[in-house]
Design a binder for this molecule. Structure first.
Ligand code: FES
Length: 113
């Protein structure tokens, strides 16, 4: 995603993220509802578009429910395995490709309740 694209507003409340956790949220990006993966790591939150580079499917098997093995996130569709450190596919049908990073400094998520 180019740096000049803006992430404007939340659609879902953002949960409090515990260290090493993964969750799914939605955000409005340039007017579009975009599914996002949030991962808390070393005290920082990283965000990727929840779309697999292999065939464009969501990575979770149910919204917010991900397959995970240690430090890897596995696409529920065909098993592409992504590093949670880099977002790069390290094994599977799209090896060498990466999840699309979303700049978290521009990501505005709000909690409700
Ligand atoms: S869509 Fe993710 S591995 Fe095929």
């Amino acid at each position: 995603m180019p740096a000049d694209e803006s992430v404007i507003a939340p659609l879902n409340p953002a949960p409090e993220l515990e260290e090493n956790s993964i969750c799914a949220v939605n955000a409005l990006i340039n007017g579009e509802d975009v599914p996002i993966i949030l991962h808390r790591r070393n005290g920082k939150t990283v965000a990727w578009v929840n779309v697999c580079p292999h065939q464009g499917r969501r990575l979770d098997y149910d919204p917010g429910r991900f397959l995970r093995e240690g430090d890897h996130l596995i696409c529920a569709a065909h098993g592409a395995t992504f590093s949670l450190e880099s977002g790069e596919c390290v094994s599977g049908p799209c090896r060498g490709e990466s999840l699309q990073t979303v700049p978290t400094d521009a990501l505005k998520l709000e909690t409700t309740g």
